[in-house]
Every structure is written in structure tokens, then in C-alpha cells.
Write a new protein. Structure first.
Length: 205
């Protein structure tokens, strides 16, 4: 009787690890060579996977870029919502959020540099980079106004102003070399407390 041949086990990479490899390669190549100069084939080669695998996740280079930018926005929105929902006064929440913003920024620094270089992306639903972050700011601002912890104003305008301040602070932080300290977060906290919050914000929770 012939010896039974051992069954060959087919090894496959986890889809999440493939997606991460694609994102890492795309960020690296986009930032080094420019978005227009990078092809899906280049990304696949750098990621060490087949071109067809990239296309299984993203049918065009634009959908890949959109997914990457949406991912970093989701990280900011999730962290902001989580910090805002924690117990504490409204002033303490603002401080947590400002520090959390820079922690997320540090974790996603290559993607943020790419976002800073890419200003003409429109997402599939017609929204622009930053729209979801502004919406989260609008939610928090409205909550603070209703509680008497923030000055009254037009929610859309206040959200746009606050988002611009956050974006400007992060861009400056990146240009200074993204130092691993709390200075930028502390300064942003002071700006928000002075410009948006009422004196009661330190007592209201």
C-alpha cells in the first residue's frame, strides 16, 4: 500500500494584513514620489503582493486614496467622541480632546502628511476631507451650548472655525517635526477654553 501523501496546507495572508501592507506601501510611495507618479502596480510591488490583490480591495487608485483618508478621519472622530463622552467637566473634556487629537496625529503621521499634500479629493458621497471631523465638532459644540458650557453661536460656523484651528495647529506641529511633547495640545486647549468656553465650563459636567 502506497504511503499517503501529506496534505499540503495552503498559506494565505490575512486580508487585514494585506490591506495594511497596501496602505503602508501607498503612503510611502505617494509621499515620496507624488500621487500622480505612483501606479497600482508600483504599490503592489512595494507591498509584496499581486496586482490583482490590490484591485480586489480597491478598483482604482482614487478609491484607495479615499479609503486611506477616510480611515484617518475615522480615527480622529472616534477618539474625539470617546473623549467627549468621558466623565468630567466640559473644560476637562476639552483638554482631553486636545491631547487626544495629537496622540491620534502622532499615530497617523505619514497619513496626515499625505492628507496635507492632497487637497482636491472628494469622497464618493460628495463630502470633503474634514467634513466628518467638523460634524463631530458640531455635535460637541451643540452639547456644550445646551449645557451652558460654551458661548452661543452658529453651530456650523463655530465647527468650521474650530476645525480650522485644529488643522492649523496640526500642520504647524508637523512642520516643526512633530515633537513628542504636550506643548501643542496644551496651547490648543487654552485657545478653545478662552475662545469657546464659558466660565461655568469648569463646574458643569
Amino acid at each position: 500500500m502506497d504511503a499517503q501523501k501529506p496534505t499540503r496546507v495552503k498559506r494565505t495572508r490575512n486580508p487585514d494584513s494585506k490591506r495594511a501592507a497596501i496602505y503602508d506601501a501607498a503612503v510611502r510611495l505617494f509621499t515620496e514620489q507624488g500621487y500622480e507618479n505612483v501606479s497600482i502596480a508600483k504599490i503592489a510591488k512595494d507591498a509584496g503582493i499581486a496586482v490583482g490583490t490590490v484591485y480586489r480591495f480597491h478598483d482604482t487608485k482614487l478609491t484607495l486614496l479615499r479609503a486611506m483618508l477616510e480611515g484617518v478621519e475615522d480615527a480622529f472622530v472616534t477618539r474625539m467622541a470617546t473623549d467627549w463622552a468621558c466623565e468630567g467637566t466640559y473644560a476637562e473634556r476639552i483638554e482631553r480632546i486636545c491631547h487626544g487629537i495629537f496622540e491620534v496625529a502622532e499615530d497617523n503621521l505619514p497619513l496626515l502628511k499625505l492628507l496635507n499634500m492632497t487637497t482636491d479629493v472628494v469622497f464618493a458621497d460628495g463630502s470633503l476631507p474634514g467634513d466628518r471631523i467638523q460634524n463631530q465638532i458640531r455635535i460637541m459644540y451643540t452639547d456644550a451650548v445646551n449645557a451652558g458650557a460654551s458661548h452661543q453661536g452658529d453651530a456650523d460656523m463655530m465647527a468650521a472655525i474650530a476645525h480650522g484651528m485644529v488643522e492649523g495647529a496640526i500642520v504647524r506641529w508637523m512642520r516643526l517635526g512633530a515633537p513628542k511633547d504636550i506643548d501643542a495640545a496644551s496651547q490648543l486647549t487654552l485657545v478653545f477654553k478662552d475662545g469657546f468656553m464659558t466660565s461655568e465650563a469648569s463646574q458643569l459636567s
